[in-house]
Every structure is written in C-alpha cells, then in structure tokens.
Unconditional design. Structure first.
Length: 239
C-alpha cells in the first residue's frame, strides 16, 4: 500500500515477555482505523515501533510506501504523531510551540507562519495562537498537539490514546476532528481502549495479548451487539 500504513509480521519481546506476536495490519488513505485493546495488549509497544523509539528485530513497517527500516527519514517525514503524554512547553505560546516543531522538521522558514495558521485554523484554534500553552484547557492543548502533528503535512497520523485525561466534551470534539481529517484523505491510526470513540464505519483492529484478534469494519464485526459488550466478550476487558 503506497499512501497508507502497512505492517507485516511485527514481533517484539521485552526480555522473555512477548509484547507483540507477528502483528500485520493495513490502514488505507482516507481511513480512520481504531486500534482497540485492553491494558497490556501491546498498543504502546506498537506505537513505539511505528515511531522508531523501539526497533523491531522482526517484521516490516511501511509508512506512505517508505520502509521504516531502510528509509527511516522518508518514512518518519510522512508520519504525524500525537503521543499519549502531553509534550508541550507550557511557557511558550501556541505559535512558538508549533514554530519550534517546524524548525525541528526543517520546514522552509518562509512557509512556517502560513502553515501554522492553516493547521490552527483547521482545528478552530487560530484565535489562540498568541496565548501561552499554560492558559489553554486540556482539550485545547490536545488540539494544539494535533495541529502540531499536521504541520509537516503527514500522510499518516498516529494517535496514542489521545483522549486520556479529557472531559467528555473535549473527547467528543477531538474524536470528531480526527474523523474529519480522515474523511479529507488522511490515513489515521487511533489507539484506544474506549469503545465509544469508535464509529461503525471505522476500520477496527482488536489487539489482545500482542495479537490481532479481529480486523474489519466495526459495524460488520460487532454484529448486533453494542461494541462495548462485544469487546468485553472478546477480551474480558471492560471498555
Ligand atoms: N519495558 C517493559 N519491560 C517489560 N515488559 C513490558 C515493558 N513495557 C511493556 N511491557 C509488557 O508488554 C506488554 C504490552 O505492553 P504495552 O504497554 O505495549 O500495552 P498497552 O496496550 O499499551 O497497555 P496500556 O493501555 O496499559 O498502556 C504488557 O504485558 C506489558 O506488561
């Protein structure tokens, strides 16, 4: 798959402990794919491998057609990431935080202000550009991290449990924003253990004990059962 995300036979062990066991998955451009897994399923390990914080001895990862093992710079240039833990400098303004990230990515200086305005505009955050990050509530800080992840116009967006710590309204807003981004053509992989963040039309991967138990379209996979009940039955985990 050239434009999206492709993983083949990815395995990873921490010492004797197997965290991922021959995981394969594909996410196409324009797709919102929820990676649903209970605590300890292996979600964070997969995210670490996709972002190259960890390197897998076995398996292949392609991001927008680039092999992460043999062409890591091209692959990572096509990837936007929102990590589970906030990674903002609270003493800088929104614009300064994004500007710092743009410099790290080596974006052409002349393009940076326009890109920042566009990214913030997409998330209804333009009016907050010159406020300190510290002044933003949790939901707006997350939006800012999402805007930052989009600055370099990635083809694939990876979000690791991005709604942790947010209230219900902020959770719904960020979930809706990212679904919109997928509808506009982005390839999205969204890890979560919360079934209410997943729509019937989304692609779904269920990860359990390091293995993909199910892959398909959510509404088709869950049948007539509510997704939370179905997920509980599959994994023994409450959503
Ligand atoms: N550094 C480590 N050393 C040993 N085992 C680890 C380490 N990190 C994770 N594990 C184990 O690997 C498995 C997968 O963990 P991982 O953190 O990837 O799961 P997760 O789905 O992200 O869980 P959570 O939702 O709790 O963050 C678990 O059994 C975990 O205990």
């Amino acid at each position: 798959m050239t434009g999206g995300l492709s993983v083949r036979d990815l395995s990873f062990h921490y010492g004797q402990k197997c965290a991922l066991d021959a995981v394969s998955l594909d996410v196409a451009p324009g797709r919102f794919c929820a990676l649903l897994g209970p605590n300890g399923a292996g979600k964070s390990t997969l995210v670490s491998l996709l972002t190259r914080l960890l390197v897998a001895p076995e398996g292949d990862i392609h991001i927008a057609g680039h092999d992460l093992r043999t062409a890591p710079r091209k692959a990572l240039a096509a990837l936007g990431v929102v990590f589970q833990q906030p990674t903002l400098d609270l003493n800088l303004t929104v614009r300064q935080n994004l500007g710092y990230f743009a410099a790290l990515h080596g974006l052409p200086r002349g393009e940076v202000p326009g890109r920042i305005d566009a990214a913030l505009g997409r998330l209804d955050m333009r009016a907050r550009a010159d406020e300190k990050a510290r002044a933003l509530n949790g939901g707006h800080r997350r939006r800012m991290e999402l805007a930052r992840a989009l600055l370099h116009e990635p083809k694939v967006l990876l979000l690791d449990e991005p709604t942790v710590g947010l209230d219900a309204a902020a959770r719904a807003a960020i979930t809706a924003h990212v679904h919109d981004l997928a509808e506009q053509g982005l390839c999205v992989l969204w890890t979560t253990h919360l079934t209410d963040e997943v729509r019937d039309s989304d692609a779904l991967l269920v990860l359990h004990r390091g293995q993909i138990l199910h892959a398909g379209i959510t509404g088709e996979i869950r049948g007539d059962a509510p997704l939370s009940d179905w997920f509980l039955a599959q994994t023994g985990a409450a959503a």
